[in-house]
Design a binder for this molecule. Structure first.
Ligand code: SF4
Length: 290
């Protein structure tokens, strides 16, 4: 049985950058706090925790006066920066530059009086951050059905959480186009027309679709490794499962089942943008040992 790790899997550069920033800071001073889990992967969180990175919430700010807190790649709303100032906390801002760009754009449209619609998950940290940048006045939609309820009387712009799937984004854009005057589907680049849809899905996610589909087809069995709360992990896993019905989702190697590999000549391992390379290598070793 040949076991291969997907060449295009592993951390996206935004996550690599965040972890580099955290590790560099911990080399200077090991006491560092991450506001929320630094990455959607419990194994990597544990590795960083062993080096001194403690995960905290906004509720912990009161006891962190004088300490240093890392803002992870998802970004935060302006209220977090204000809260940190109030409690005398130093922030290290590791917001992914792609997310920063979306925050700036969304704010620009909001200032021009647009109704802001975001395709995303209401409770996802990135979306909470985006909504905070427009005074909590955005409408967040998860589906085409929810998009049908958007107020059609206002000039509107549609953005996306960076890790959502493109097909649904464009389906939502179509629904809104049918209901709102002067609808334009843009790209990540600026366009200045009355109704906009900004495809702000990160290329690190959408660019992987094609390669992952090919990889999933090339293997008899696929093992997809990701944290269960990774949004991008879910999207990529579904792509994988569409191409290869013998795809299994795991968070760590202890979940592997020998019966999955019965009669398989080739096994492929892939992961989300938050799945560390070392974890996929451990999964490969565990499959080979079965
Ligand atoms: S998936 Fe894209 S937007 Fe999200 S952290 Fe990675 S590079 Fe940044």
């Amino acid at each position: 049985m040949t076991v291969t790790i997907d060449q295009s899997a592993g951390f996206c550069w935004g996550v690599v950058r965040t972890i580099d920033i955290a590790e560099e800071q911990m080399r200077e001073s090991p006491e560092l706090y991450s506001l929320g889990p630094v990455i959607h992967n419990p194994m990597e969180i544990e590795r960083l925790r062993a080096r001194g990175l403690e995960t905290v919430t906004h509720g912990d700010f009161e006891r962190l006066t004088g300490k240093t807190v890392l803002i992870r790649a998802h970004g935060e709303p302006p209220s977090t920066y204000a809260l940190a100032r109030k409690h005398g906390i130093t922030l290290i801002d590791a917001t992914c530059p792609v997310v920063t760009k979306v925050q700036e754009r969304i704010r620009k449209f909001y200032d021009q009086g647009y109704q802001i619609v975001i395709f995303g998950k209401k409770d996802h940290a990135e979306v909470v951050g985006l909504v905070g940048h427009v005074n909590n006045e955005a409408v967040v939609v998860r589906s085409v059905e929810e998009a049908a309820a958007v107020d059609p009387s206002r000039k509107t712009v549609l953005f996306s959480q960076t890790t959502m799937d493109k097909a649904t984004f464009y389906a939502i854009a179509d629904v809104l186009r049918g209901r709102i005057r002067d609808f334009v589907v843009g790209t990540f680049e600026e366009s200045a027309i009355d109704f906009h849809a900004k495809d702000t899905i990160c290329g690190q996610v959408s660019g992987r679709d094609k390669k992952l589909r090919e990889f999933a087809r090339q293997n008899d069995v696929m093992v997809f490794v990701a944290g269960r709360n990774s949004s991008n992990g879910k999207v990529l896993y579904e792509i994988c499962a569409e191409e290869n019905p013998r795809t299994h989702f795991i968070e760590e190697e202890s979940e592997l089942r020998p019966e999955w590999f019965a009669g398989a000549g080739t096994v492929g391992i892939s992961g989300a943008t938050s799945t560390p390379q070392w974890l996929m290598e451990r999964v490969r070793a565990a499959i080979e040992a079965l």
